[in-house]
Design a binder for this molecule. Sequence first.
Ligand SMILES: Nc1ncnc2c1ncn2[C@@H]1O[C@H](COP(=O)(O)OP(=O)(O)O)[C@@H](O)[C@H]1O
Ligand SMILES: O=c1ccn([C@@H]2O[C@H](COP(=O)(O)OP(=O)(O)O)[C@@H](O)[C@H]2O)c(=O)[nH]1
Length: 238
Amino acid sequence: MSVAAYKRIMLKLSGEALMGDDAYGINEEVVSRIVAEIAEVTRLGVQVGVVIGGGNIFRGMKGAASGMDRATADYMGMLATVMNAMALADAFRRAGVEARVQSALRIDQVVEPYIRGRAIRHMEEGRVVIFAAGTGNPFFTTDTAAALRGSEMAAQIVLKATKVDGVYTADPHKDPQAMRYHRISFDEAIGRNLAVMDTTAFALCRDQKLPINVFSIFKPGALKRVVMGEDEGTLVHS
Ligand SMILES: Nc1ncnc2c1ncn2[C@@H]1O[C@H](COP(=O)(O)OP(=O)(O)O)[C@@H](O)[C@H]1O
Ligand SMILES: O=c1ccn([C@@H]2O[C@H](COP(=O)(O)OP(=O)(O)O)[C@@H](O)[C@H]2O)c(=O)[nH]1
C-alpha cells in the first residue's frame, strides 16, 4: 500500500483557484475537482487543514475598494474568504467528506469560531478543517494565515496550491526566461524577493522550520504527488 509522506498538512488554496476560467466568483466544476483531489488525500489517512483565500471575490471588487481605508478593505477581503470557505465545505458535504469551517472573525450564526483545540480534534477525527477569515487581522494575507495555522496545528508541511507550478527565478507570468527551482531555502527565497508568497509567511515558516511546497492547482494529481513525497513543484526548506 502506498504511504503518504505526511500525517498532517496545511493546504493554502487561493481564492482565484476557485474561479477557474470565470472572471470572478466560484466555479462549481473547479471546486468539485479540487474537493475530489483533497478527498483522495484524506483517504490515504492524511489529516487536512485548508486555508482559503478570497481573491476571486474580493479582487473583483477592487474598483469599489480603491481609495478605501486599507483596514476596512482587508476586513472585506477576510469576509470574502468566509464565503469561499462555506462554498468549499458544502462541496465537501456533497462529496461525502466531513468538513468544518472555523473563522478567525466571529460570525457565530454562520460558522464556528477558530478554537485551536477543537480544530485539532476535528482533524484527528478525520474531518477537513477549513480556516476562514485569514489571521483575523488586516495587513496580513491568507498565505501568512496558512503559515500561522500550519504552525499552530503542528502540520508537517504547508502546501501552497497556486496558479504557477512552483517557485521561479522571477515571476513566470512576466518573465518567460524564468526557471523553476526544485528546492530553495527560505533565506534565498526571502533574499531574492521571490514574490510567490509574502515575506511574512516565508519568515514565519522559516522560524518554525515548517517547509512549504508550492505547486499548481491546475495540474491534476499534483496534490497527491506532493503528499506522497514525490518531486512536484518547489520545496522551500530551512
Ligand atoms: N519568483 C516567482 N515564482 C513563482 N511565482 C511568482 C514569482 N514571483 C511572483 N510570482 C507570482 O506569484 C503568483 C502567486 O502568488 P499570489 O498571487 O499571492 O497567489 P495566490 O493567489 O495563489 O495566493 C504567481 O501566479 C506568479 O505570477
Ligand atoms: O489575515 C488576513 C488574510 C486576508 N486578509 C484580506 O483578505 C484578502 C484575501 O486574501 P488573499 O489575498 O490572501 O487571498 P488569495 O490571494 O489567496 O485569494 C486579502 O487581500 C486581504 O485584504 C487580511 O486582511 N488578513
